[in-house]
Design a protein around this ligand. Structure first.
Ligand code: SAH
Ligand code: SF4
Length: 360
């Protein structure tokens, strides 16, 4: 249990906890009861960058809030807009670390892809974040804060959907993701419908059970990427710890339809036999399959499957009665995939540093 009275950051609490913490602090300060209803919306519903902006509050209260409850900010370091409309945000955190979010507009939908950790410990061979290794956990304020900061840049950018498909493995940061899910969904939080929030995971079983136990209808995407254990182990080291043989029964317990994420890599997982084996996994679960083109940059030695191979793979699945969707690669020109912008910026910085040292 979070001790809300000792909390330093209202944005790291669920809205309910923030209400409790605020109410007791305001009461101790001799403020009238209705102040809670004025202050709370300024966290998520109508966010402010700093308390001084909440001009409906008395100046003395705004000053006191700024001292007792400083607001966690993520500083926008880079914003890039792709030719296809995808927007990529690199946020600088208080300790200098950086994380990314990607906003993908599609018709009336605006999907924001958010990060749950700085880096990732799991080392999937195709993934830029995996190459970076694990740096640290994000707090709930930093996870949900990616949405908050986006809204602060322009309320028109408010996402309709959120997916945990940025940097990190959300189920290895469950305590923070658990709170962030509440903030994203709560009416006094960001009020995004649970069915519009998707957690993507390689399948960390203990946390998956806790996610499945939540009563809201959050969606689950499983990063599968290979249909047999040996093939999956070659791409995703986590297969050793949580093998398909344990993951599949756990997914049968999940109360809603799941989606399989499957990145097609030439010659590695795109054969007709792989499509058949994938269908064998998907059919009993009635799982949907998202086929993704491999984003170059995660691993220089891997190649994306050809368009023809992707088509054939999708046709094969559909012929077996599996609902398969071919996703387009979005934001290719701005490296908008999982950890790529940060990795790229660091590489550039390193080159600059090396050039520098040559000069000296
Ligand atoms: N760790 C979680 C969530 C973040 S990764 C997970 O793995 O599910 C989000 C998605 O991006 C995953 O499906 C992941 O496999 C995919 N991904 C990672 N690197 C990629 C690349 N180079 N090209 C295409 N998709 C990639
Ligand atoms: Fe981590 Fe997901 Fe990347 Fe694998 S694909 S290294 S789990 S972020």
């Amino acid at each position: 249990m979070t001790d809300v009275s000792a909390a330093a950051d209202l944005l790291a609490l669920t809205p309910q906890q923030a209400r409790t913490a605020l109410a007791s602090w305001l009461a101790a300060a001799g403020e009238p009861g209705f102040r809670v209803r004025q202050v709370l919306p300024r966290l998520w519903t109508r966010p402010v960058t700093r308390w001084s902006e909440a001009t409906e509050l008395p100046a003395s209260l705004r000053a006191a809030l700024a001292v007792r409850w400083p607001l966690t900010r993520l500083e926008l370091a880079v914003r890039q807009v792709s030719r296809d409309g995808t927007e990529k945000y690199l946020w600088r955190l208080a300790d200098g670390e950086a994380i990314e979010s990607v906003l993908i507009p599609e018709g009336r939908r605006r999907t924001l892809c958010i990060s749950s950790q700085v880096g990732c410990a799991l080392g999937c061979v195709f993934c830029a974040t995996g190459r970076m290794g694990f740096r640290r956990q994000l707090s709930p304020a930093e996870i949900a804060g990616q949405v908050r900061e986006l809204i602060l840049t322009d309320p028109a950018r408010r996402p309709t959907n959120v997916v945990f498909m940025g940097m990190g493995e959300p189920l290895l940061n469950w305590d923070a993701v658990d709170v962030a899910l509440t903030i994203l969904n709560d009416r006094d939080g960001l009020a995004i419908g649970a069915r519009h929030i998707t957690v993507s995971t390689v399948g960390i079983l203990p946390a998956l059970a806790r996610f499945a136990a939540r009563p809201e209808q959050f969606r689950l995407a499983i990063s599968l990427h290979a249909p047999t254990s040996p093939e999956r182990r070659a791409l995703m080291p986590i297969e050793k710890k949580y093998p398909l043989a344990d993951l599949m029964p756990a997914l049968r317990q999940f109360p809603r339809r799941v989606t399989f994420e499957y990145v097609l890599i030439a010659g590695r997982n795109d054969s007709p036999a792989a499509a058949d084996a994938l269908a064998d996994l998907a059919i009993p679960l009635r799982a949907m399959v998202n086929l993704l083109p491999l984003h170059p940059g995660g691993a220089p030695d891997l190649l994306p499957s050809s368009a023809a191979a992707m088509d054939a793979f999708a046709r094969h699945l559909r012929a077996r009665g599996v609902e398969a969707v071919r996703r387009r690669s979005r934001g290719l020109d701005i490296s908008a995939a999982c950890g790529q912008l940060r990795v790229e910026l660091e590489a550039r910085r390193k080159v600059r540093a090396e050039q520098h040292s040559h000069v000296q």
